[in-house]
Design a protein around this ligand. Structure first.
Ligand SMILES: [Zn+2]
Length: 249
């Protein structure tokens, strides 16, 4: 049964699904490699803690829920990786998308799921007077060529914060929880920020957000099999979410 809490878990990058009608546009030989490299494998399970959860239904290679819709606002669009990717993680061509097709993708997936996300947050505000978004991701052990941060010393856990929507207390609590559990933790490194629906962005402090990015070396082997520590990691993520709910829910 779903827990009653102000928490909304957002998992935007775990799907491996590419709809049939989109398949034809991809450079097929690169597709498997990109799905392996870019997918936040198993995050829909790792972050399944019994709280309200929004899981984006298609691969980020089709549409990336966490980018800005408008390329002019999205820094990654310079690398062909705005909300609708045209480039691979190694910067070569991933697919060709004309403007009409791009708009169709944005309306079908991006707009629809941002609408659902906004409603979930609104429901929490109406019911609990607050909402805490936990943005659940994972990242590659070594920097991928497209990534802005190319430093090699990556932590076990990266916590992303927003200067308006993340309180110091929330950041500190989560950081301490993971450190006490034996993980190395960095704040906003190698990835920064955390998602908030546009309607509330920098307008409503009742909406808090924090991102948890898990280093994939903790739970998945290079052949895609799960590591022995998978269940322990899942338990720790569950513990972190419960800690947030106890202190801030
Ligand atoms: Zn991600």
């Amino acid at each position: 049964m779903q827990k009653k809490s102000p928490i909304v878990i957002n998992v935007p990058h775990s799907s491996l699904y590419i709809p049939e009608e989109e398949m034809q546009f991809f450079e097929k030989p690169k597709l498997i490699r990109e799905l392996v490299a870019m997918t936040d494998h198993c995050c829909d399970d790792l972050f399944d803690t019994g709280h309200e959860m929004l899981t984006f239904p298609v691969s980020r290679l089709v549409c990336d829920f966490e980018r800005f819709r408008n390329d002019d606002e999205e820094i990654m669009s310079e690398k062909g990786m705005g909300a609708v990717y045209t480039r691979c993680s190694v910067m070569s061509l991933l697919r060709k998308v004309d403007p009409v097709h791009k708009e169709r993708i944005l309306q079908t997936y991006y707009d629809k799921y941002h609408g659902i996300f906004e409603s979930l947050v609104e429901d929490k505000l109406n019911t609990h007077g607050k909402c805490i978004i936990i943005d659940g991701h994972s990242f590659f052990e070594t920097p991928l060529p497209y990534e802005n941060d190319q430093r090699k010393d990556r932590p076990d856990i990266c916590i992303g914060t927003d200067s308006y929507h993340t309180t110091r207390e929330l950041e500190k609590e989560l950081k301490c929880f993971f450190r006490k559990s034996g993980y190395s933790v960095a704040i906003n490194s190698p990835f920064a920020g955390a998602i908030v629906p546009f309607k509330y962005y920098r307008k409503d402090r009742r909406v808090q957000t924090i991102m948890i990015e898990i280093n994939r070396r903790l739970y998945i082997n290079h052949d895609g099999s799960l590591k022995e520590g998978y269940e322990d990691l899942k338990k720790d993520i569950n513990g972190a979410v419960e800690q947030i709910n106890t202190f801030f829910g």
